[in-house]
Ligand binder design. Structure first.
Ligand SMILES: [Zn+2]
Ligand SMILES: [Zn+2]
Length: 419
């Protein structure tokens, strides 16, 4: 018998954590945070009760709490090399911004490096009576699903995934194995994304039109993956303008160049990045902004980061454009800009004259691909739905019950199930 304990990311996006307990082993699948002040952690678990931790990908809602397990104990954690490199960058940044609210420091992040185990997709790892391996999740560079076997019981943990291929990720495949249980994300269980190819074409067309008319384009984008994908899209469409990359996306780019199998086509990626000016510091930033055509800079929701500087420089000129390429959480500067056309510049709400438009790029499967993925699974697995807003989790669990005639559950925090 295998027991699942849902410790976080239930009926919400943020702080994923699921404990998998067998007769002999105790495995923790991710331990994220829900960003905020203070950041929220999943349910408590003692490090000494664990055998190992597996992290699907580097986003903080999946990895941000892992340093907690290095305060006194030393447990091994497993992830792809790319994920571990990106975790270093993201967690370091979180400590820098939030150290006052966090129960750990840089010291724990350093210690964690000694107990990291870099594994490749498909590599089998044994932990007592459990065996697991990682599968490409197609979500961001390095992202993985976790395939777990305990005796004759099989479990799939999808973490965040995308079955649609992008310029830098391969796209997740439906695993062939028969599962007894599946834990799936549901971020976009109620939302269809537009067709990728068309979306890319529209995005490039808009950029070319602004640049040809003498304007500049600011693309606020997430630091992990989205920034790099946008540059790769422009490269693929033979865009010849002057591009620059700034903010934390620079360190992420370096990690992706250092670990070439992070991306789908490493050579093409390196070529795309070779044509981009990587900002070196404030002097460089102030000078280069004058000649840049396209500026890609985090944060994606305009909540801070170097994008704030570029907004100040570019937002009031009607020749320019601001193209938002990420989901905007309600209440963020990005969401408010799309709704009202206003933005805080030097602490004053200011009317933005630049053209503002949203492009629905996503690194999660939308409604139809999520359903197709579940339909494609073999066996008669129990399906546990997490990592979505309350109604998304409930919606997908109900769909599983009605359409697939399987056990579909959207668990609550601290609920336990066996299979
Ligand atoms: Zn993610
Ligand atoms: Zn997530």
């Amino acid at each position: 018998m295998v027991k699942l304990r849902f410790m976080g990311g239930t009926h919400k996006v943020g702080g994923n954590a699921v404990q998998v307990i067998s007769d002999e082993a105790n495995l923790l699948l991710e331990y994220g945070v829900k960003p905020g002040t203070p950041p929220e952690f999943p349910g408590h678990i003692r490090a000494k009760d664990l055998d190992a931790i597996v992290v699907g990908h580097a986003h903080l809602d999946h990895s941000g709490g892992v340093p907690l397990f290095y305060l006194s104990e030393k447990k091994p954690y497993f992830a792809t090399r790319t994920t571990s490199e990106l975790m270093k960058i993201l967690i370091k940044d979180m400590i820098k911004l939030n150290s006052y609210y966090l129960p750990f420091e840089y010291l724990e992040l350093d210690k964690m490096q000694k107990y990291r185990n870099d594994i490749v997709y498909g590599q089998k790892v044994k932990v007592k009576d459990m065996e697991f391996s990682l599968l490409d999740a197609g979500h961001i560079p390095g992202s993985a699903m976790v395939d777990i076997k305990v005796g004759d019981k099989k479990l799939l943990y999808t973490s965040d995934f995308n079955t649609i291929q992008t310029r830098i990720c391969r796209g997740a495949k439906v695993p062939r194995r028969k599962y007894d249980a599946v834990i799936i994300e549901s971020t976009y269980a109620m939302h269809e994304h537009p067709e990728r190819k068309q979306l890319e074409e529209e995005f490039v067309k808009e950029i070319k039109s602004t640049v040809n008319d003498g304007g500049k384009v600011l693309v606020p984008a997430f630091a992990v993956g989205r920034s790099h994908e946008m540059i790769s899209v422009l490269h693929a469409h033979k865009f010849k303008g002057y591009m620059l990359l700034d903010g934390m996306a620079r360190a992420v780019n370096q990690a992706m160049l250092d670990v070439p199998d992070s991306v789908k086509t490493p050579k093409t990626y390196a070529q795309a990045m070779a044509g981009v000016h990587i900002i070196r510091g404030w002097r460089d930033r102030r000078q280069i902004v004058k000649k840049a055509d396209v500026i890609v800079a985090p944060s994606g929701m305009l909540q801070g980061g170097t994008v704030m500087f570029y907004m100040e420089k570019l937002a009031q000129n009607a020749n320019n454009s601001v193209y938002i390429v990420s989901f905007q959480v309600p209440g963020t500067n990005g969401a408010k800009l799309l709704e009202t056309g206003m933005f805080p510049i030097k602490d004053r709400e200011t009317r933005v004259n630049a053209k503002v438009k949203h492009f629905d790029f996503s690194s999660h499967s939308g409604r139809t691909p999520l359903q197709k993925f579940l339909r494609g699974l073999k066996g008669k697995p129990d399906v546990y739905v997490i990592h979505g807003e309350e109604e998304s989790c409930d919606f997908l669990a109900e769909w599983v019950r009605d359409e697939l005639d399987l056990k579909g559950v959207a668990p609550n925090q601290e609920e336990e199930f066996t299979f």
